[in-house]
Design a protein around this ligand. Structure first.
Ligand SMILES: NC(=O)c1ccc[n+]([C@@H]2O[C@H](COP(=O)([O-])OP(=O)(O)OC[C@H]3O[C@@H](n4cnc5c(N)ncnc54)[C@H](OP(=O)(O)O)[C@@H]3O)[C@@H](O)[C@H]2O)c1
Length: 281
């Protein structure tokens, strides 16, 4: 049986990755921060030595994008140093490492999709710390996949879709940003892609989000349409009317060039992912 260690095992992606791999008969060790704090190097050494995994899927991260602006040491400790700790052990046991990264490594000033070969320029602390994690993986590991994804939502965590559904319980009107464009990604669809990837030796950096693009406003409209919530009126607003501490890339569409070049199956359209998610919920 192939042994897989999943970091961030209680997070929204980690949970669905673990469930999917178990269903496919993998020997899965999905550890949350309580059992595997990635910033604790000796604990990482002990856990990896005990399990001796064939594959490590590293989903654990400091994901509070706005808080990271004022808590940058913690963002770097988890996303960069924590990732280094995982990378060192992956290399020691020659495990394949899949590191989940983000569209926030780009500045979002482009007007065509970013391929895996495009230059990065993260504008937020979160994006910078995740990029620093990528750098450690590239420097320290010989068998790695870096998978950049975007706008993630799933059953087991807090996310935009759940927030919209909750707000619809008490509101008839909402204002949602229309000038940030990207691709929503359903955790189950991303997990299916990771399952495909880990069986290969096609190492490198991948862009993997659900296909198709939309703005947050369009995404919100789709959520209410698919959920049959016609009472709610959604108004498009510019980012300037909804200021947040961390800057977001305006255009963060990922070109899935490596998926194409490797003849892998791409992720389905975001709207189909959304339909499945709402059914599952
Ligand atoms: N969410 C998105 O929109 C998005 C977009 C692009 C990329 N990503 C990337 O996708 C991956 C999965 O994201 P997600 O949405 O599943 O995030 P999530 O639900 O916030 O899960 C991240 C998990 O990491 C854990 N964690 C934090 N610090 C840790 C530490 N020191 N040691 C061990 N675990 C720790 C968290 O545990 P606690 O709950 O105890 O803090 C949490 O369970 C992350 O690498 C993220 O950067 C996410």
């Amino acid at each position: 049986m192939v042994k897989v260690l999943v970091t961030g095992g209680n997070g929204q992606l980690g949970t669905d990755v673990a469930l999917l791999l178990k269903r496919h008969s993998y020997d899965v060790y999905a550890y949350g921060r309580d059992r595997l704090d990635i910033t604790n190097q000796s604990q990482v050494q002990d856990v990896v030595r005990q399990i001796q995994p064939d594959v490590i899927i590293h989903t654990a991260a400091y994901t509070k994008v706005d808080q990271a602006e004022t808590d940058s040491d913690m963002a770097y400790l988890v996303n960069a140093v924590g990732t280094r700790n995982i990378a060192v052990e992956a290399e020691r046991y020659q495990a394949k490492l899949i590191y989940i990264s983000t569209d926030y490594v780009f500045d979002g000033t482009a007007d065509t999709p970013y391929s895996e070969f495009a230059s990065v320029n993260p504008v937020s602390m979160y994006g910078k710390s995740k990029w620093a994690g990528e750098e450690f993986v590239r420097q320290l590991c010989s068998r790695f996949f870096i998978v950049r994804t975007s706008w993630v939502y799933g059953k087991h965590g807090h996310n935009f879709v759940k927030t919209m559904l909750r707000l619809a319980e008490t509101r008839n009107e909402l204002r949602v940003v229309h000038d940030q464009i990207g691709s929503p990604t359903y955790t189950v669809d991303l997990a299916l892609f990771l399952l495909q990837l880990l069986q290969t030796e096609a190492y490198g950096t991948y862009h993997a989000s659900n296909s198709g693009v939309c703005s947050w406003y369009e995404f919100a409209c789709a959520i209410f349409e698919e959920a049959g919530l016609s009472h709610i009126q959604v108004h498009p607003i510019p980012t300037a009317e909804y200021p947040l501490p961390a800057p977001r890339p305006a255009y963060s569409v990922l070109d899935h060039m490596m998926i194409r070049l490797q003849n892998m199956s791409d992720l389905r359209h975001w709207r189909e992912g959304l339909q499945s998610f709402l059914k599952e919920l």
